[in-house]
Ligand binder design. Structure first.
Ligand code: T46
Length: 135
């Protein structure tokens, strides 16, 4: 089973340009409590390197591109996000790393809850221990 869960959004467009609408519990499979975006990144400076205990997220590269490595403790898979019409689900207990940002990259993330540092597992050994307990 692939770790890469992509949602393709419906693109509404006319001669003026394109528009995508994101709605909680409709095309986004959870309640949206927070939106943040990452920009002014550098190609050689990766981010992420954590998993979340309870938080569900969806990442959309609304400009440029980056590579996201997903890891469930058993399998690792990478995906290039390069389209504003595709969202990557970052589920609970999935270690994720963001690499190879393009200069113009804007990575927008929808999250199912407010920011809570206690929800992060930032230590890989701890992540692997948690994964084994829950498998
Ligand atoms: C994730 C990936 C995809 C806040 O104060 N509020 C927030 O909502 C967020 C997201 C972060 N912060 C603080 C925490 C740190 O002091 O902003 C700083 C940078 O966060 P962090 O180092 O966790 O950034 P990334 O890019 O490694 O990870 C972020 C999200 O934090 C994380 O939940 O899944 O993007």
């Amino acid at each position: 089973m692939t770790l890469i869960k992509i949602i393709d959004f419906n693109v509404l467009g006319d001669e003026r340009g394109s528009l995508i609408s994101l709605e909680e519990n409709k095309n986004i499979p959870f309640e949206i409590k927070r939106v943040y975006y990452i920009f002014a990144t550098q190609k050689d400076i990766p981010r992420g390197f954590h998993a979340h205990k309870e938080l569900k997220q969806l990442a959309v590269c609304i400009q440029g591109h980056c590579t996201i490595l997903m890891d469930d403790g058993f399998t690792k898979e990478s995906v290039v996000l390069d389209s504003p019409s595709q969202g990557l689900i970052i589920d609970v207990q999935q270690w994720h790393e963001m690499h190879d940002f393009s200069e113009d990259c804007i990575l927008m993330v929808l999250a199912s809850d407010y920011y809570n540092e206690d929800d992060y597992i930032r230590n890989y050994a701890e992540f692997m221990r948690e994964t084994n307990v829950h498998s």
